[in-house]
Design a binder for this molecule. Structure first.
Ligand code: ARG
Length: 569
C-alpha cells in the first residue's frame, strides 16, 4: 500500500510545486470516496486559483501519471482510489512474503526503549492496576520489538521501605503459622497484614520492626536481609505464575532496593546541580519555576530522619537507566494516580537541564471498573486477587467453548487462550487513559468488540483455508481484479504497518486493537457475500489469498497485543 501512497505524494509534489513533506494526505470523510484525500487549499493558494477549480484541473493532469490510481475531484478535495486489482496484488503479495513480520519494520534498529511495567509490590498480591500495567506494558514491548527497537522491559518491584522491617519480624515470629508453600503471595499477605496491626498495637513489635528496617537499610548481610530476600523471592515466584499465564516476561527484574547503592550519587548530582534546598530538615527540590502546578509540591529527596523515598529511588533508577541504555524513550506504564510523581521526576530532570528529559514518558492509564462502575472487587466482595480473576474468566470460557464446539481436540488450552484473550483485549481496546469496564460475560462475547470475536474470526479464516485446500482448490493463479468488492478489507490490510507505527509513537496499543476490530467488521461484511469454495478457479484463488492475508494480519495483531490466535475454537 505504501508504494501507492508514495507515488501519489510524489506526483502531487511534482504537480503542485510543494515539497513532498508538505503534501499532507488524509483519510476521506467517506471511505466510498477514495482511499486517500488531498485537501487542495494550500496548493490552490500558491497557484492563485479557487480550490475547487484547482482540484478539478489537477484531477485531469495527474491521472495520466498514476496508472493504477484513479483521481477524482470533490469540491476542494482531490480523492484517490487505488484500483483494486493492483492494490490486491501489491498488498496480498507483501503480506504473504512477510508473513509473521508483516506490520513490523526496521525503523527502530539501534535504538533502545526502556519500559517499566507491571512493577507490583512484594508481600501483596498484584491488583487490577498492576494487571493493566502488565498488559499495556507487554503489548508496547511487543509493538516496539516488531519495529526493530531493542526493548528492555523492567519490573520495578516495590521491595523497599520501612514496612518490610515489620514483615521480617512477622516472618521471624509466625512463619510456621501460615502456608507459604502452595501460595506464597497469599501467605505473605497474611503476615504483612498481621505485621501492620501488630506495629500499631504492640510497642515491642514496633521497636523490633524499626530495628529490622534499620538493619536492612544498613546493608548488613545477616538474618534480616536473608529473610527479606526470601520474602522477595517467594513473592516473585507467585507473580511469575501470573506472568506465565499472560505470556509475559521482563528482561530485568530490578526492585527498588536494586537502586539503593546509586541513591548517593543521584542526590550528589542534584546537589552539584544546585537545585536542592533544606526545608524543615528535609532535602527537597523546588519545582514551581519549572511547572507552576508543582509550586506546592516540591520533590522530597530525603526526609528529616535521613530515609529516602519512592521518588528518590525512581530518580536514581532513571539516572542508572540512562547511563546503561542511553534510551530513545523510557516509558513508565503506571496508573494515572501517579501523575504527580512522574511530573515531579521530569521537573527535577528539567531543573538539572538534562536534554533527555523529554524522552521520559509517563504512559498513564485509567481504572479497571466493575459493571457497577465501582472498583473491581472479587465475587466475595474483598480485595481482588489477579489469579482469581483469571480463573473466573477461564472457567466461564470453558463453559462457552464446550457449548459451541464439543468436538474440539484441546478444549482446556483453548479455553485458557480465549479467557486470557478476553481480558487482555478488553484492557487494550479503548484509549488507555479511559477507564475500562470489566463485565465477565461481555468481554467473552463472540459477537461484540472483543478478543474472542477476533480470535473466532481468525479460527474461521483458518477453517475456510482448510476446507478450500481439502477440496483441492485454490491452486490456480489468482485473478486480482475479482477482488473489486474487497476494497475496505484491502485498504485496512495495507494500512496495518502504519497503524503499528502510530501505536508505538503514541504508546497506544488501542490503535492496533481498533484497527483489528474494523478489519474484522469489513471482513465479515465481505465474506457473507463472497464464497471462496467452488468458484471459477481464478476467483477462488484470489479470495483464498485474501482470506490468508487477513488471517495473517489478524494473527499478527492479536499476538502484538498479547492474545493467542487459535486456528480452531
Ligand atoms: N510499585 C509501584 C506500585 O505498585 C509501581 C512502580 C512503578 N514504577 C516506577 N518506576 N515507579 O504502585
Amino acid at each position: 500500500m505504501q508504494i501507492f501512497l508514495d507515488a501519489i505524494r510524489a506526483a502531487l509534489a511534482r504537480a503542485t510545486g510543494l515539497n513532498e513533506a508538505d503534501v499532507k494526505l488524509e483519510a476521506p470523510r467517506d471511505s466510498a470516496m477514495g482511499d486517500v484525500a488531498f485537501p487542495c487549499f494550500q496548493a490552490a493558494k500558491l497557484a492563485k486559483k479557487a480550490p475547487p477549480v484547482f482540484a478539478a484541473e489537477l484531477a485531469t493532469s495527474i491521472s495520466s501519471t498514476l496508472p493504477s490510481i484513479r483521481a477524482t475531484a470533490a469540491g476542494p478535495y482531490l480523492n484517490f482510489t487505488i484500483l483494486r486489482g493492483p492494490l490486491a496484488q501489491a498488498v496480498i503479495g507483501e503480506i504473504s512474503a512477510r508473513g509473521a513480520s508483516y506490520g513490523g519494520s526496521n525503523e527502530g534498529a539501534g535504538k533502545t526503549i526502556v519500559i517499566d511495567f507491571s512493577s507490583p509490590n512484594i508481600a501483596k498480591p498484584m491488583h487490577v492496576g498492576h494487571l493493566r500495567s502488565t498488559i499495556l506494558g507487554a503489548a508496547l514491548g511487543r509493538i516496539f520489538s516488531a519495529l526493530g527497537y531493542r526493548v528492555v522491559g523492567i519490573n520495578h518491584i516495590g521491595d523497599w521501605g520501612s514496612q518490610f522491617g515489620g514483615l521480617v519480624v512477622a516472618l521471624r515470629r509466625w512463619k510456621s503459622e501460615v502456608d507459604l508453600e502452595t501460595d506464597p503471595v497469599r501467605g505473605l499477605l497474611e503476615l504483612y497484614q498481621r505485621s501492620k496491626k501488630a506495629a500499631e498495637s504492640d510497642p515491642t513489635f514496633a521497636a523490633e520492626a524499626r530495628a529490622a528496617w534499620q538493619e536492612l537499610e544498613s546493608g548488613r548481610d545477616g538474618e534480616v536481609r536473608a529473610t527479606w530476600r526470601w520474602a522477595t523471592e517467594a513473592s516473585l515466584r507467585g507473580f511469575s505464575k501470573t506472568y506465565a499465564r499472560l505470556g509475559i516476561r521482563h528482561d530485568l527484574v530490578r526492585g527498588e532496593s536494586f537502586y539503593e547503592p546509586f541513591i548517593g550519587s543521584a542526590i550528589d548530582a542534584c546537589e552539584k546541580g544546585q537545585i536542592t534546598e533544606v526545608s524543615k530538615g528535609a532535602l527537597v527540590v523546588q519545582l514551581g519555576a519549572i511547572d507552576k502546578a508543582l509550586e506546592e509540591t516540591p520533590c522530597l529527596l530525603r526526609q528529616t530522619d535521613g530515609t529516602t523515598l519512592y521518588a528518590t529511588r525512581d530518580l536514581a533508577a532513571l539516572f542508572h537507566r540512562y547511563e546503561e541504555f542511553h534510551f530513545e524513550r523510557a516509558l513508565y506504564v503506571v496508573g494515572a494516580e501517579q501523575k504527580l510523581h512522574f511530573r515531579q521526576l521530569k521537573a527535577v530532570l528539567k531543573r538539572l537541564g538534562l536534554p533527555w528529559e523529554s524522552r521520559v514518558e509517563h504512559v498513564d492509564f485509567g481504572l479497571l471498573l466493575g459493571r457497577d462502575k465501582k472498583k473491581l472487587a472479587s465475587r466475595k466482595g474483598d480485595v481482588l486477587v489477579l489469579d482469581d480473576l483469571l480463573d473466573e474468566v477461564v472457567e466461564e470460557s470453558t463453559r462457552i467453548i464446550a457449548e459451541k464446539n464439543a468436538l474440539l481436540a484441546n478444549p482446556r488450552a483453548v479455553a485458557e487462550q480465549i479467557g486470557i484473550g478476553a481480558i487482555v483485549f478488553n484492557d487494550l481496546k479503548r484509549e488507555r487513559i479511559k477507564d475500562v469496564l470489566f463485565d465477565r460475560e461481555e468481554i467473552l462475547s463472540f459477537e461484540g468488540e472483543t478478543g474472542p470475536y477476533l480470535q473466532y474470526t481468525h479460527a474461521r479464516l483458518a477453517s475456510i483455508e482448510r476446507k478450500v485446500l481439502a477440496a483441492g482448490e485454490g491452486g490456480t493463479a489468482p485473478d486480482w481484479s475479482k477482488l473489486e468488492d474487497a476494497g475496505p478489507v484491502l485498504t485496512r490490510l495495507g494500512r496495518f504497518p502504519e497503524v503499528v507505527r502510530s501505536a508505538a509513537e503514541h504508546a497506544e496499543p488501542s490503535l492496533v486493537a481498533n484497527a483489528l476490530l474494523a478489519l474484522g467488521r469489513d471482513l465479515n461484511a465481505w465474506y457473507v457475500q463472497a464464497r471462496v469454495l467452488g468458484q471459477e478457479p481464478a476467483v477462488t484463488a484470489a479470495r483464498l489469498a485474501l482470506v490468508r492475508a487477513s488471517k495473517t494480519v489478524i494473527g499478527n495483531g492479536l499476538r502484538l497485543l498479547g492474545c493467542v490466535a487459535p486456528d480452531e475454537m
